[in-house]
Design a protein around this ligand. Structure first.
Ligand code: 3HC
Ligand code: NAI
Length: 694
């Protein structure tokens, strides 16, 4: 085989040069790939018998982007710009043959080819925004020239992978070709280009679609308004928009200069560093040091769920969405009907927004059956229990499951706080028992904590991770401890939030600081949303806490129109003078005098105990890696990805700085801030979490 280097080959078929790349896993544009591309183009130029070139990739995908692992390192080999110039200025037509995904730099390479063909199953996109970046190899200038301004803005700020059919309609792809025939069809396309003497079409020279947007700044203003909420705090979406504006208002070279400048700013800035960390963290969570990769998996063909309440219904939808039939078991027909009704209503709401067809609604609803008999799930492969949070009830249910469900099935609990080991002891097969802790709303939230019990077997753990991946979740393997990982860290914050309002801050002060930090909401807004009466008992309530008093006044959160805040009929919140008075009275009774508390103190007192708790969790082995904790807080609680998760944030601030602040706070406010011994050790030895194997 005429190999160009370790990743590239060049063959000639009937006068068509086939330049193929093979650099697993995703043919990212590493130095070797760039060198191979350049060598192939030089060879094509030098060989008189070659009339056109097909650029194709081996393995699972076309080029999926720049090699992210090279970012931040010294430049190596030929630059991407040099390769792209060689492609675009080739005197012989170059045709990109796309399968899998042409993403980021990969699509930007394809956009420098003169034509593009793709399999119907392929997808194209510029997902750089998800890495805190913008397409920095001409994508911001070429994409709008092909697909128009609005579409380019939408694709670049969402990072969406557009299916090939849509790409064909948009003009991003010139022809779809049959599965299994990519190479031969691309060669045939190239022969046709040569036979018909079609021009060497350069995307940079196309102008009609940009012309349509010239002198219309309102297009950009409207677009910015439309994405403002979703992209709050992120720099990259705005920078992507500015590049498209430049494409419209400047010539190609001018637009490229803007792209280069903004790209450089993003790639050297803190947000992209954090978002690249998140990209790799989300891939690392699946790696389990003590569960071998080849552990046999239990095949999950049918699922049973006990309890069709808030969580059971949402969990069921996840499985129906990927075609796995589910049986929901309830205690009464009424509860069952209510649960199934909520599921249907949820699907219909999605359909009414155009995101599901009515056939798909029926198909999914049809996959979810209800029953009042546990025996109906005797033959399932996985059971998830989601009944009330009560240990005696859970034990009773697991004993029943043990008697009824086939041996070898996984018996999982969705408990948010109870001891999974104790639940497992209610069965004769604790090795089959595990926690699968979903987050509410379970059909939406991306996180599952897979809670391993002392006895959970490797196949049960491996299968739990795999099935979570299949239903589109980020799963983190965690150990048994109160609140597991996510809620344990949340509690550390809640303790401080409650203390802060006794010292003089108001709930809306605390919420504002955390909202401005980038969280979707602060602790008090979150309590109002969830309902202040979760875990509250009317009969036992004696007005001992602010929450008790609010519940007793029927201020039980958004659902009653009032909680820490007052709500109007559209659920807009305003600070409540009544609540302020109650809090002041409580504080006065406790003997503390209200003082002004700075935003900086609020942030430190809420966030540093979270970090400290995270370190304790690592020291106890309840989470595998610091980056797993980051994924948990980003996908389960909305920690802003541009701050990389609490543990990444701690390292950005500096572990020594965090330790110093905790020590100061401990002097003032006591034990709750006592630094974790592991944190002290890391700082003493100048180590990062990763240096210590976390
Ligand atoms: N660079 C380096 N490594 C990459 C990579 C990239 N661009 N994309 C994926 N990988 C690695 C992953 O880290 C993973 O490694 P691991 O097996 O050691 O964990 C491996 O490839 C497989 O990745 P996935 O597990 O994600 O595989 P999937 O099949 O689920 O998904 C994919 C494939 C859709 C290509 C997905 O990997 C993906 O979205 N990749 C990133 C695409 C992207 O963001 N491209 C833009 C890069 S930035 C850029 O191009 C800048 C330019 O404008 C200048
Ligand atoms: P819920 O009260 O909405 O639903 C519980 C359902 O279980 C009810 O429909 C009830 O009729 C049914 N049930 C009770 N006993 C049963 C039995 N013996 N057999 C069959 N069904 C029975 O409760 P929710 O909120 O769905 O919580 C369920 C579990 O999920 C709890 O363990 C909770 O801690 C946990 N969880 C809840 C979260 C939340 O935000 N609501 C988040 C994560 C976990």
């Amino acid at each position: 085989m005429p190999s160009l280097n370790e990743v590239a080959e060049f063959n000639t078929v009937n006068g068509i040069g086939v330049l193929s790349l093979d650099s697993p896993p995703v043919n990212a544009l590493s130095a070797a790939v760039r060198a191979g591309l350049l060598a192939g183009l030089n060879q094509a130029a030098a060989d008189e018998t070659v009339r056109a070139v097909v650029l194709i990739c081996r393995g699972r995908t076309f080029i999926a982007g720049a090699d992210i692992t090279e970012f931040g390192g010294p430049p190596k080999g030929p630059g991407l710009g040099e390769v792209q110039d060689a492609l675009e200025n080739s005197s012989k037509p170059v045709i990109a043959a796309i399968h899998g995904t042409a993403l980021g730099g990969g699509l930007e390479v394809a956009l420098c080819c003169h034509y593009r063909v793709a399999l119907g199953s392929a997808r194209c996109g510029l997902p750089e925004v998800n890495l805190g970046l913008l397409p920095g190899a001409g994508g911001t200038q070429r994409l709008p020239r092909l697909v128009g301004v609005e579409k380019a803005l939408e694709m670049m700020t969402s990072g969406r992978h557009a299916p090939a059919g849509e790409c064909l309609e948009l003009g991003l792809v010139d022809q779809l070709v049959p599965e299994g025939e990519l190479e031969s069809a691309a060669i045939a396309f190239a022969e046709q280009v040569v036979a018909e003497g079609r021009p060497l079409r350069k995307v940079r020279d196309i102008d009609e679609k940009l012309e349509a947007a010239r002198g219309k700044p309102e297009i950009f203003e409207a677009f910015r308004k439309g994405i403002a909420r979703r992209t709050r705090g992120f720099l990259a979406p705005e920078y992507n928009v500015r590049c498209v504006e430049a494409a419209v208002n400047l010539d190609f070279a001018g637009g490229m200069a803007v792209e280069q400048e903004l790209f450089r700013e993003l790639i050297t800035g803190p947000q992209s560093l954090a978002q690249r960390h998140v990209f790799f963290a989300e891939r690392e969570i699946w790696k389990l040091p003590d569960v071998p990769r080849d552990t046999p998996r239990i095949e999950i063909q049918k699922v049973g769920i006990i309890g069709a309440g808030t969580m059971g219904g949402g969990i069921a939808m996840n499985f129906a969405n990927v075609g796995i039939p589910v049986t929901l078991v309830e205690t009464s027909q009424e509860a069952l009907d209510r649960g199934l009704g909520v599921i249907r209503a949820n699907y219909e709401r999605t359909a009414s927004r155009g995101r599901l067809s009515s056939e798909e609604v029926e198909e999914r609803v049809g996959l979810i059956a209800g029953s009042l008999e546990m025996e109906k799930i005797a033959d399932v492969d996985l059971v998830i229990e989601a009944v009330f949070e009560s240990m005696p009830l859970k034990k009773e249910i697991f004993a029943r499951l043990d008697a009824v469900v086939r041996p070898g099935a996984i018996l999982a609990s969705n408990t948010s706080a109870l001891d999974v080991n104790e639940i497992a002891q209610a069965t004769t097969r604790p090795e089959s028992v595990i926690g699968l802790h979903f987050f509410s709303p379970a059909n939406v939230m991306k996180l599952v904590e897979v809670v391993r019990g002392d006895a959970s077997s490797d196949p049960v753990i491996a299968t739990s991770m795999a099935i979570s991946k299949r239903i589109g979740k980020n799963a983190a393997l965690v150990g048994v401890c109160p609140g597991f990982v996510g809620n344990r860290i949340l509690s550390a914050r809640q303790v401080q939030a409650n203390r802060l309002i006794m010292e003089g801050a108001m709930p809306w002060d605390v919420d504002r600081v955390l909202f401005d930090f980038g969280l979707p909401m602060g602790p008090f807004a979150m309590s109002d949303l969830a309902g202040l009466d979760i875990g509250w008992n009317k009969k036992k309530s004696k007005g001992e806490t602010v929450r008790d008093v609010l519940c007793e006044m029927d201020r039980r959160g958004q659902k009653t129109g009032a909680g820490f805040y007052d709500y109007d009929e559209r659920r807009n919140a305003t600070p409540s003078p009544v609540v302020e008075k109650i809090i002041r009275e409580f504080a006065a009774r406790g003997g503390s005098e209200a003082r002004a508390i700075s935003d900086d103190e609020i942030l430190a007192r809420c966030v540093y105990p979270m970090i400290n708790e995270g370190v304790k969790i690592l020291a106890e082995g309840k989470a595998i890696r610091a980056s797993d904790i980051d994924v948990i807080w980003i996908s389960g609680y909305g920690w802003p990805a541009y701050r990389g998760g609490p543990m990444f944030y701690a390292e950005q601030v500096g572990l020594a700085e965090v330790l110093g602040r905790l020590q100061e706070l401990a002097k003032e406010y006591g034990e709750a801030f006592a630094p974790a011994p592991l944190l002290e050790e890391l700082v003493a030895q100048g180590q990062s979490f990763r240096d210590r194997g976390f």
